[in-house]
Design a protein around this ligand. Structure first.
Ligand code: ZN
Length: 275
């Protein structure tokens, strides 16, 4: 594959009217990965070309790895919606949207697995996995094909070479309250590690790993280990709480909080062995 004048040389090209004009300078700097939640590329391309749907993406990657491009890579697509990454909101104006044909979460019914569309999938087409967003209840997910994963990685590498791309994120990470795509069947962390050389996407303004961070959630559970199954070690941290970053593992960060204040002398005692 090659990118010439913001288009993939050998991709099918099917322009969509749904777009927001040319990107500003120094953009796009982010790639957002999605699944289509459709059975076929055609369904996705048709929807993303429909004026009434008011959605689009730069490319759709079919089950066999065939790429359909809908917009040149210098043009803003409408794929992220309400979203947040680092200190920025509404990611469309910063990002390239890659849609991969995948049915998403599936419901088990006897020996088969049903997509939201009603289409059936077999055990071999499904993985059982917990989503990175801890409140997502679904555990059966449609697998991506080898061809899709290979083409997605190749395309991301090309885009990193052609544009100032610093981040690859899942839609589920920038809109966690509403989105589950690309879901746990997509090896997002592996892709980032290979292409961007990082397995940790919490960065400060200069792109460095921060040593101190601030809680942005309303109430953030703090646990004894890097898993939602690990018990809570304290009351939830409030928004704005400053934490020191000790280390990280996958999507989890071990932090320490230092609270300074006054307490009555009767309710504290010296640490054993010290005076
Ligand atoms: Zn999406």
């Amino acid at each position: 594959m090659r990118i010439i004048k913001h288009k993939l040389e050998k991709a099918l090209y099917r322009p969509t009217p749904n777009h927001g004009g040319t990107f500003a300078k120094k953009r796009p700097d982010t790639i957002v990965i999605h699944y289509t939640a459709t059975a076929t590329a055609r369904q996705a391309v048709d929807a993303l070309s429909n004026l009434r749907v008011k959605a689009s993406a730069h490319v759709v990657i079919d089950r066999d790895g065939t790429v359909t491009q809908l917009l040149p890579f210098d043009t803003v697509a409408w794929h992220a919606g309400e979203s947040r990454h680092l200190e920025r909101t509404r990611l469309n104006k910063y990002s390239i949207g890659i849609e991969i044909v995948n049915a998403g979460w599936l419901r088990k019914s006897g020996e088969i697995f049903l997509a939201q569309s009603g289409r059936e999938y077999t055990r071999e087409e499904v993985i059982y996995a917990v989503h990175r967003n801890s409140d997502v209840p679904y555990v059966y997910w449609h697998k991506y094909t080898e061809e899709q994963l290979r083409v997605t990685e190749e395309l991301c590498a090309l885009l990193i070479g052609a544009y100032p791309v610093k981040w690859i994120v899942g839609h589920e990470e920038i809109a966690p309250e509403r989105k589950q795509d690309p879901g746990p069947a997509f090896p997002l962390d592996d892709l980032r590690r290979r292409l961007l050389g990082v397995d940790f996407d919490l960065k400060d303004d200069k792109g460095a790993t921060p040593r101190v961070a601030v809680v942005t959630a309303g109430r953030l559970n703090i646990r004894g280990g890097p898993s939602i199954k690990a018990g809570r070690v304290a009351r939830p941290l409030p928004r704005g709480q400053q934490v020191e970053i000790l280390r990280h593992k996958g999507n989890w960060v071990e932090v320490e909080t230092r609270i300074r204040g006054w307490v009555h002398k009767d309710y504290i005692s010296p640490k054993k062995g010290e005076t």
